[in-house]
Structure formats: structure tokens, C-alpha cells
Design a protein around this ligand. Sequence first.
Ligand code: GAR
Length: 215
Amino acid sequence: MTPIALGVLASGRGSNLQALIEAAHSGRLGGEIVAVVSNVEDAPALQRARGIPAVVIPSRGLDREVYDRMLIDEIRKHRSDLVCLAGFMRLLGAEFVAAYRNRIMNIHPALLPAFPGLHVQRKAVDYGVKVSGCTVHFVDEGTDTGPIIIQAAVPVYDDDTEETLAARILRHEHRIYPQAIRLFAEGRLQVQGRRVICWGAPTAGEAPPVALVNP
Ligand code: GAR
């Protein structure tokens, strides 16, 4: 496996970025992070990027096309094979998505297609679902609509708040995001329409009959 080059886009706290950095250091990622780009000047994520080129491209006041072109230029400069959104709170425009078709991943804190968008842990609690989780998916032109790569499910308890559920989900985000990137680096992901086929993953015939039941 040839290690891939990753560009990470982040807007906030950066705990997923941290998980990717740690996975890269321990050789679990299948690649190296070559750039961290943020649209937010004082994003804590930037502090985590020690030793990795970190760039701020403020988005305020710029229309999407102009901003997208600036992002594409920056990502190209670092020769990224894959662009990973790690809490990047800005929608990418069609030009960016077309330039990196099936080479942009996002982590989302819900079991898509349920609860796309923002504040989704609160929405899951308020809706009363008994199971939620997180999703790594390729990014397309829609909001959290791209082909799904990996999902992890967690129970939602009666006394959960937005915060307790978010914390339970986040632990699994940190686990499945590096896993998805490694599958990509190993060349095991193939997008067929809406579906992502993962070569070597358990098939219906061989997988154990597991279920997450709550309560
Ligand atoms: C994570 O929970 C991530 O899934 C979510 O923002 C958080 C960022 O945390 N992303 C989205 O909601 C994107 N729609 P982090 O900055 O600590 O990685």
C-alpha cells in the first residue's frame, strides 16, 4: 500500500483531526496529513496541527465559488489524494466536489440519512430515536447525502442529553474515521451509484447475526 496524502479541513475543536493525527503516527491511517486548512482563524483545531502545515482561509464575506477556488488551490498545492472534513462547518460547492469527486470524506454525528445538517445529536434526543451513531461518507453536492462508507451505532438512553449522546457518538467517530481512510488508502472502496462496496468486508453469508437492541 502506498501511503496517501490527506488534506484535512476543520472549523472547530479538532478532536477528529487529533484522532487522525494519532492514527497517522501509529501507522493505522494508511497515509500522512499534509495540510490542515480552517475557515476559522482561532479554531482550536489549528493548535493540534503541530508540525503539519496549517493554513487559515477565512470564508466570511466570500461567495461560495470564490471560496471554493481558494480551497482547491490550497489543497492542490499540497498534492492531497483525499480531502477529509473534520468538523468543517461550511458546505462545499459544486466546483470543489467535482474537482475531488469520491475523494472527499466527511464524518457526521448521526446515522444518515436520518438527521442531516446541524445540532443532530439534539435532534436525535428530541425525536426519541433509540439508536443513533455516526457516519463516514463521501461528499457530494447535497448536505450529508453522499455515499456511505462506514456507520457505527450507539444506544440513546432515556436520560440522555445532547451532550451525553454527543460524547458517546464522538468516541466512535474517532474510531471509524481513521478506519474509513485506511480502507480508501488500501484501494478497497468502490463507489457504485449510491453504494460504496468495501472489498474484503464481511458478507451477508459470513457475518455473525449481531444486533444493537435498546432498551
Ligand atoms: C463532530 O462531532 C463531527 O461529527 C461534527 O462536528 C463535530 C466536530 O468535532 N460534524 C458535523 O456535524 C458536520 N455536519 P471536532 O472538531 O472535535 O472533530
